[in-house]
Design a protein around this ligand. Sequence first.
Ligand SMILES: Cc1cc2nc3c(=O)[nH]c(=O)nc-3n(C[C@H](O)[C@H](O)[C@H](O)COP(=O)(O)O)c2cc1C
Length: 203
Amino acid sequence: MADSFFSTIQARRSIYAISAASPIPDSRIIDLVQKAVLHVPSSYNVQSARAVVILKEDHKKLWEDADSAAKAALPEAVYGFLAPRITGFKGGYGSVLFFESQEDLDGLAAQHQAVAPFVTEWSDTSSGMHQFAVWTALKAEGLGASLQHFNFLAPWAEKITEDYKLPKDWKLKAQLVFGTPTGGPAQEKTFKPIEERVKVFGQ
Ligand SMILES: Cc1cc2nc3c(=O)[nH]c(=O)nc-3n(C[C@H](O)[C@H](O)[C@H](O)COP(=O)(O)O)c2cc1C
């Protein structure tokens, strides 16, 4: 039955008020990320997705570094807006960083030249699917998470690659920040009329 699948999907929200605690062991968090990376599909089964799980003190340092990078690179007003958000991320339990292997994608483009122009788009599509799977799975296990895109801070992304000795072809796509939810329900969400968004023909 798809109903329980969609109940789980519906329960996932962006949760920003989180603490530096987890209701599940680290081994379970790692298991969920591994399951997503194994089973979420990719174009031509290229399996270009990579994930890095960063927990506890390392997580805190990750976002301290983001704060330093943002302060150094951004206009004061933009930094002023982002700083309290970064402080909130720093107060979480962990982050899952999503990467795509450029080497794998280049290999795919070389092997299937007719579809080479689409490889980047499909890589982003598949990465988003991975992000969604982990986000939803963490929620199902009692964690709250939000999806971030601080990869525009290039020096920060480079520092992550250096600090964790990651392959240089891994391109950072998104960061999922998580912890135990502390602040009640998620923000109110409105929905556009579904009839305007889903069309059916030939029924
Ligand atoms: C592709 C994508 C990119 C997003 N980027 C960010 C982001 O950079 N920062 C952020 O706080 N939320 C980000 N979000 C969260 C959306 O704002 C959020 O999912 C949307 O408002 C619906 O709310 P919900 O997640 O509570 O259902 C992103 C979501 C998606 C799907």
